[in-house]
Design a protein around this ligand. Structure first.
Ligand code: ADP
Length: 168
């Protein structure tokens, strides 16, 4: 039984992430999509909301588990007795950071192999922050995020701007 973990912020999950999830799920017996909670990163959606959105858009895939964790990835990896860490690569700009992370994880746990999957043509220019910016200014995000979560994203981004308005 080969288990892979696909970690990320997923704030929110995009069609680019979903493409990687679908492809990785075919390569391994089980794929855990892990919402990593990083206190140094400000997010628009809570971990619970992010997990919930991923669960909804992956419910047709039988071998997916969605979870969140606020610790070190490699500790989670060992706890789950996983074999592989999945990373999506969009451009050379992703590579340097991801290469560094893969080396660190391998150093912390020799068994931890990172497998990189290249983003598809559309995914190459897609990021969660771009989706949030488009939604914030009332643009159409329907081709960038899975259908079932468009409203959640628009509401989430609005909530953020409402808070900002209240502050000023
Ligand atoms: P970001 O790196 O934009 O903050 P995440 O932390 O949610 O986004 O990304 C999780 C993983 O998914 C990373 O390996 C990242 O390189 C990859 N990824 C992000 N966006 C895409 C995309 N559009 N297509 C393919 N892979 C992606």
């Amino acid at each position: 039984m080969r288990t892979a973990i696909y970690p990320g912020s997923f704030d929110p999950v995009t069609c680019g992430h979903l493409d990687i999830i679908r492809r990785a799920s075919k390569l391994f017996d089980k794929l855990i999509v892990l919402v990593s909670v990083n206190p140094l990163k400000t997010t628009c959606f809570t971990a619970e909301e992010r997990v919930n959105m991923i669960r909804r858009v992956t419910k047709d895939l039988p071998n997916i588990e969605v979870d969140s964790d606020n610790g070190l990835l490699i500790d989670y990896f060992n706890k789950k007795n996983a074999d592989v860490i999945i990373k999506g690569l969009r451009a050379m700009s992703d590579f340097e950071y991801e290469f560094q992370m893969a080396l660190v994880n391998k150093d912390l746990c020799h068994k931890a192999e990172t497998v990189f999957l290249c983003a598809d043509a559309v995914g190459t220019f897609l990021s969660s922050s771009m989706v949030k910016q488009i939604a914030l200014f009332g643009g159409d995000i329907t081709s960038y995020v899975p259908h079932g979560i468009v409203e959640d994203i628009v509401k989430g981004v609005r909530r953020l701007t409402d808070k900002e308005t209240l502050k000023s």
